[in-house]
Each structure stands twice: as C-alpha cells, then as structure tokens.
Ligand binder design. Structure first.
Ligand SMILES: Cc1cc2nc3c(=O)[nH]c(=O)nc-3n(C[C@H](O)[C@H](O)[C@H](O)COP(=O)(O)O)c2cc1C
Length: 297
C-alpha cells in the first residue's frame, strides 16, 4: 500500500508528460498543414497572399522558377500623393451619360468582315493610349500592344493562324467545340487578317525587366491586361471601328517570335481593326437582361 502511494505521483507525472507530448505533436502538425495551405501547398515556401490560383497568370510560376538574385526589389521609395478631384456631374446629367454610354457599347458586335479602307494612324494611337489607362497590379502596366499595318507581316500572321486553326477545327479541339461554334459560322479561314488595316496583338508581360536587367514581378498580369483589352474594345467602339476578339489557339509562341517579342510576353488577344465591310453580317445574338446578370443585395 505504501509502495502504491509512493508511486502514484510518479505515474501522474509520467501521464502528464505523455499527454503533453501528444498535444504538442498534434499542434505542430496542424500548424504545418495550415502553413502549406496558405502558401499554395509548396513545402517551405513563404505565404504569397497575392497569388490567387484561379488567376493562373504566371505571377507565382515566374517568381519560383528563377533565382532570387535575378529579381529586382522595387517600389521602396515613398511616392508623393497629389490631390485628385475628378469631374462630378449633376444627377440628371449622370443618368443621361449612363444611358448614352450603354447605348454606344450595346451596339458593339464582333465583326469578322473588315474593310481594307485606311484608318488614321493617330486614331489607333489614341485608342491604345486609352487602353493603357487601365489599372494594373502594383502599377506594373504589364501590357504590350503590337500594331501591325505591314501587309506582308499581316499575311504571315494569317498563314500561322490559319494553319493552327485548321488543326484546331479538324483534330485538336474535338466535336463539342466545333459543334458549339457552328452557329457563329466561323472556320479556320480568316480573311480579315489580310483585309483589316491594322492587327493589334495584345501581349501580357508575365514579368517586367528593369534597366539593370533584373526581373520585376507583374502581379495579376493577366487580369490587368484583360481589363486593358476591355477599355480598348470600348475605345474602338467609341470611334466607330470594329474588331473581333480573337484568341488563336496554339499560335502565341509563333506569333511572338514573328513579331520579335521577348520570352516574358505571352499573346492574349489578336484584334483585327478597321471599318466594317459594306456587306458585313453578324450572328443574330441577343444579350442577357439586367436581372440575369446582376444580383442586387
Ligand atoms: C475571350 C474571347 C475569345 C474569343 N475568341 C474568338 C476567336 O478566337 N475567334 C472568333 O471568331 N471569335 C472569338 N470571340 C468572339 C465571340 O465569338 C463573340 O464575342 C461572341 O460570339 C459574342 O458576340 P459579340 O461579341 O458580337 O457580342 C471571342 C470572344 C471572347 C470574349
């Protein structure tokens, strides 16, 4: 009995040590799995809250694949902030302007028949200036607009696109894709690539290059460039020009090389730009009603 009562405190002490050990092991495994999930699952990598996996814009990839020393540290200087007072309209005028702008944009259609009639170069410069006002992650402006007016280069672009698109339609993309596109009456023949006075190819810069050769991370580059493309489409509509937002599959690398763009640039869109051909037609599509696209809470 005396022995048992002597040993009880020893048992209790051992039990406490065992419980503490189990608790500690559990805590450390929880914290390491939380760390993994916040860093996108990569072992040992620090958390990168700006990297949204849905965006798939190479922000993360470009940061991981390269040596730390290749990357510039930017934006450490304190920027002066200046007063900003954009113009403000009386409510009646606001309403009028909102209707007018909607009416203008509602006339926009993708046009695949483009007239060769020349378009003033200065107009193109200005629509691209307008596109360049888009917001961009950390003010990186990760876009390059390549404007092609040269007939020979336009034709080379057509050859690349038609060759790849023929494979897309006949083999690569499968029956469902071809079936879904049938009502638009599109195929791999892209005459507009020759006839449009300008082809605008929009490249996203997956990272930037500093004057000293170091790389600069372009956060959210794909979404930034997409916003810029939206502004470009609106600016074209504003001056009465037409285009079709085309995304020629599997042509990006060849077009990048043809246009001598660097490896950090990836083709996002190819826009043939001009006046509509006099006999242009468009598919008779209608847009969704406001209630189908807006949820008001
Ligand atoms: C992301 C995106 C990619 C597109 N890619 C192509 C394309 O490669 N070729 C094409 O002829 N049209 C393309 N289109 C145009 C769509 O077919 C067109 O926008 C759609 O049919 C709606 O017609 P609308 O632009 O006249 O309203 C694309 C549109 C979007 C938004």
């Amino acid at each position: 009995m005396a022995l048992i009562s002597t040993l009880t405190p020893v048992f209790v002490a051992i039990l406490c040590v065992v419980i503490a050990f189990i608790f500690k092991t559990q805590r450390s495994s929880e914290s390491s799995s939380a760390q993994k999930s916040s860093s996108g699952g990569g072992s040992g990598s620090e958390a990168r809250p700006w990297v949204d996996e849905d965006l798939q814009d190479d922000t993360e990839i470009s940061g991981r694949e390269n040596e730390e020393d290749d990357w510039a540290v930017v934006g450490t200087e304190d920027l002066p902030h200046v007063p900003y007072a954009p113009r403000r309209y009386p409510e009646e005028e606001m309403l009028e302007r909102s209707k007018h702008f909607y009416a203008l944009l509602n006339e926009r259609r993708s046009v695949r028949y483009i007239s060769p009639e020349p378009v003033p170069r200065e107009v193109i410069d200005n629509v691209i200036r307008a596109a360049g006002t888009a917001p961009s992650g950390a003010h990186t402006e990760p876009w390059t607009f390549v404007v092609v007016a040269d007939a020979e280069i336009k034709h080379k672009i057509r050859e690349i696109v038609e060759e790849e698109e023929e494979v897309n339609y006949k083999q690569r993309m499968g029956d469902k894709w071809v079936h879904d596109l049938r009502r638009l009456r599109t195929n791999w023949v892209k005459e507009y690539l020759d006839t449009a006075p300008y082809l605008i190819l929009i490249f996203k810069q997956t990272y930037g290059t500093m004057p000293d050769g170091k790389k600069r991370t372009h956060y959210y580059n794909e979404i930034s460039v997409s916003i810029s493309c939206g502004l470009l489409l609106a600016a074209l509509q504003n001056v009465g020009l037409v285009t079709v937002t085309s995304t020629p599959l599997n042509c990006g690398p060849q077009l990048r090389v043809l246009l001598r763009r660097p490896a950090n640039e990836k083709l996002l869109l190819l826009l043939p730009v001009g006046y509509p051909a006099p006999d242009a037609t468009v598919p008779d599509l209608s847009r969704k009603e406001l209630n189908d696209i807006m949820v008001f809470v």
